[in-house]
Design a protein around this ligand. Structure first.
Ligand code: CS2
Ligand code: MG
Length: 408
């Protein structure tokens, strides 16, 4: 069996999905997602200009050898652009492998450890009242876990993960377009003073069973994070995400010494070398890597297995910047992984997105069920893809009130 060609597409409804399609001489094809949010043309160029030509003639069943060939062969190792490009190839090869076997992908990992996998949605509010409505809306739909981000009184409303007043829950995730980044102001003191009251009100209204998650988006210093974690401990969060920038990993020990709050980190990591110390030293509880940015299924499965040895559970990144292809790869890992924790999941499910990426996977009552279609179980409508144009976007840049640049 040989790879005959591979094509790269950029575009999608409201998102610049980068989709790779690998064709073989037996008519079977595989799909991969190389979407690197707000840097999409770079992964597409890496694939088109350097990798696709090396794939032609290779046996697609040799996914391990092909992964090593690209990773070691690049010489300049790691980094999100290369790892997302390798990740897309890897996903497509696993898709082909499972289609040859006539099996849904999870069967190749060892079958299911659970039927439905727990997901969490994003609730957001410009103020507490809006946030409570947003949470109620998800609870009514059957979600058991919700990430909560709230506008902070006295701070401009567009801080991380918070939609403007009156906006729907989905609006804030698509507001990154423009030819230069938006700028946002951040105030740590106001944030750490106000957020505990938010958690308190959520518990009062929704009770103890709702799983509450919160993303600090790398904004606190280690000492601030430790103090904050200690203060919010009574509200029993499912996790506190990215409390500090993860470059200084040893600093997490301070947080660990002061609080038992579960910590989730890793959405910006792109290899096992970024997280093996955090995992082996048991400084985190959930690993947030994504199959896209972290080198595909082959590499992420290694991270999941290492994590399993250290009581670290999975909580894969699932922001709407991932296409349904890599989300499907994660859903297959989620039903298999013995150390599965939770999956971030934003319903992309617009009719346009479903038409571009048809699948039978489904969400029901806050749990995600993969279909038994062979492979990843997601298809791609090439003809429709041509309708979408690339639109440039940037992550916002954050500053403190005095102008100092801070972490987005
Ligand atoms: C966020 C992301 O989902 C999350 O937890 O931290 O939405 C993140 O801001 C984006 O993926 C950045 O591309
Ligand atoms: Mg995050």
């Amino acid at each position: 069996m040989k790879i005959t060609d591979a094509k790269v597409f950029i575009g999608g409804p409201k998102k610049n999905y980068v989709t790779l399609k690998i064709m073989t001489d037996q008519g079977i094809y595989g799909l991969g997602d190389a979407t690197l949010n707000n840097r999409e043309t770079l992964t597409a160029a890496y694939l088109k200009d350097y990798l696709v030509q090396c794939l032609i003639g290779k046996d697609p069943r040799q996914s391990e050898d092909i992964w090593q060939y690209f990773y070691r062969g690049a010489y300049f190792r790691r980094g999100p652009i290369a790892m997302a490009a390798f990740g897309a190839i890897d996903m497509a090869l696993w898709d082909i492998k499972a289609k040859i076997a006539g099996l849904p992908l999870y069967q190749l990992f060892g079958g299911k450890s659970r039927e439905g996998a727990l997901v969490y949605a994003h609730a957001t509010g410009a103020d507490l009242a809006h946030l409570l409505d947003s949470i109620a809306n998800y609870v009514e739909q059957g979600y058991k876990a919700v990430r909560v981000q709230c506008g902070i009184p006295g701070m401009p409303q567009e801080s991380y993960g918070v939609s403007s007043k009156g906006a729907t829950d989905k609006d804030f995730i698509t507001s990154f377009t423009g030819s230069v980044p938006k700028e946002e102001i951040w105030d740590t003191d106001k944030y750490v003073r106000y957020m505990p009251t938010v958690f308190e009100r959520i518990r009062e209204r929704f009770g103890d069973d709702l799983k509450i998650l919160h993303d600090v988006h790398h904004r606190l210093l280690p000492r601030e994070a430790a103090a904050f974690a200690k203060t919010i401990e009574p509200f029993n969060l499912f996790w506190l995400e990215d409390p500090t920038p993860a470059e200084d990993q040893a600093s997490l020990r301070l947080l660990r010494q002061h609080s038992t709050i579960p910590i989730a980190i890793g959405e910006v990591f792109n290899s096992i070398y970024d997280c093996h110390q955090l995992i082996q030293q048991e400084l985190i509880d959930f690993i947030r890597v994504a199959v896209t940015y972290a080198g595909g299924i082959t590499h992420v499965k290694r991270i999941v297995d290492l994590a399993g040895l250290h009581h670290v559970r999975t909580g894969f990144h699932g922001a709407p910047s991932h296409s349904p292809i890599s989300m499907a790869a994660q859903h297959h890992l989620n039903v298999w992984a013995p150390n599965f924790g939770i999956q971030e999941y934003l319903v992309l499910g617009t009719p346009e997105c479903d038409a571009l990426f048809p699948s039978e996977h489904k969400l029901e009552d806050g749990l995600f069920y993969v279909s038994d279609a062979p492979g990843l179980g997601v298809d791609f409508d090439e003809a429709l893809a041509g309708q979408y144009e690339y639109e440039q976007g940037f992550h916002p840049v954050t500053r403190l009130a005095d102008g100092t640049v801070w972490n987005y």
